[in-house]
Design a binder for this molecule. Structure first.
Ligand SMILES: Nc1ncnc2c1ncn2[C@@H]1O[C@H](COP(=O)(O)OP(=O)(O)OP(=O)(O)O)[C@@H](O)[C@H]1O
Ligand SMILES: [Mg+2]
Length: 344
């Protein structure tokens, strides 16, 4: 890869910023904040048409796609009104994503961020993803500073707060979560043209979160609900992963995939598409092990289609490695945590 000296320099400066932050004295915070501005230069913008095509290509999510299209239509009209000197309707662009893990929330948030940028509504359109630990400090007074810094990083882009309900614990009295919410609400108001905030989490505790502070429910006007994927959708998503990574699922794998996905225990902690991804990645390991048994000459002679092919056996081994029993009916103890919260 050719080395770009400017990119090299800004990477160096970012590393210094990180080091300063680790040493964390109040004196260096100002400096480390300034260095934070040396963000990675944004990727070249994609056109709205490209982004719409990517939205369409996602498996299922029909209601989510409809809501995103409706939001885009609204924003486009607002942008046109602005160009024509008409007044802006003061609606809030902040969103609530309700849904279980792995239902596509981060994927849609990232796409939306790029769409806002393509429409000229956000200058950079990057996504900053945090959870409670990224906003809440350990000592009195540190939370507002921490939250403020995250918001500054997110300016001109989208701030995505995962499991946002953890900021308003139901039974905790001495907690700094509400301080983060206050700081957030204030900055959302002050920077309303430069920041879109998306809060996400399980439907049930999110209701409690939104009701915990009257400022929240009024600012997060739109809710998008992400349903769990059906077995057929999980199969289609696995097929999509295969195409994306230049692998090919053997013709007879559907039955195996169906047995795995239909047998998986559903519930608030089910990993949905994240489970499909982990299963797929495990299957790549299983394929590699299978092929590695053909040592030496035979391995070197493998045709590309053998290097691409994932068999039903590979998927079965993958499911077993993940604690989904051989007959694929009984999830092994603790197996769900394996594919719940891995980010990418
Ligand atoms: N509808 C879909 N079509 C194709 N791929 C999908 C779809 N939904 C999710 N994926 C893929 O599944 C993986 C998990 O999705 P994503 O990270 O968006 O879920 P999430 O709801 O943010 O999960 P978590 O709550 O665990 O953070 C990603 O690799 C994503 O590309
Ligand atoms: Mg996510």
């Amino acid at each position: 890869m050719p080395i770009n000296p400017l990119e090299d320099l800004s990477r160096g400066i970012r590393v210094i910023g990180e080091q300063l932050r680790k040493s964390a004295g109040p004196d260096v915070e100002w400096v480390s904040d300034r260095l934070e501005n040396f963000r990675r230069p944004p990727a070249p913008p994609r056109s709205l048409a490209e982004l719409r095509a990517e939205l369409d290509s996602l498996v299922g999510l029909e209601r989510v796609k409809e809501q995103v299209r409706a939001l885009l239509a609204f924003l486009e009209v607002q942008a046109l009104r602005k160009q024509n000197g008409l007044s802006e309707v003061a609606t809030s662009q902040h969103l609530v994503f309700l849904g279980n893990p792995g239902t596509g929330k981060t994927t849609i948030a990232r796409l939306l961020a790029e769409m806002y940028r393509a429409m000229g509504l956000l200058r950079s359109g990057h996504l900053v993803e945090v959870d409670r630990a990224g906003l809440v400090g350990q000592y009195v007074g540190t939370t507002a500073i921490k939250t403020d810094r995250v918001i500054r990083r997110a300016l001109d882009g989208v701030l995505f707060i995962d499991e946002a309900y953890a900021l308003a614990p139901e039974h905790e009295r001495m907690d700094f979560g509400p301080e983060a919410i206050e700081a957030l609400l204030k900055r959302m108001e002050d920077s309303r043209h430069r920041l879109v905030v998306i809060v996400a989490g399980y439907p049930r505790p999110m209701r409690h979160f939104l009701e915990s502070n009257p400022g929240l429910s009024s600012r997060f006007a739109r809710e998008i609900f992400f349903p769990d994927y059906t077995t057929d959708e999980l199969i289609a998503i696995t097929e999509k992963f295969a195409v994306e990574y230049e692998y090919a699922l053997a013709e007879d794998v559907d039955e195996t995939l169906e047995a795995i996905f239909a047998g998986a225990e559903r519930g608030e902690r089910f990993g949905n598409a994240r489970f499909a991804r982990t299963l797929f990645e495990q299957a790549l390991n299983a394929q590699a092990l299978r092929l590695a048994e053909l040592r030496g000459h035979a391995l070197g002679q493998l045709a590309p289609d053998e290097l691409m092919r994932i068999t039903a056996g590979d998927l079965r081994s993958a499911a077993e490695a993940l604690g989904e029993g051989a007959e694929l009916g009984s999830p092994g103890a603790g197996s769900w945590t394996l594919f719940r919260r891995r980010r990418r």
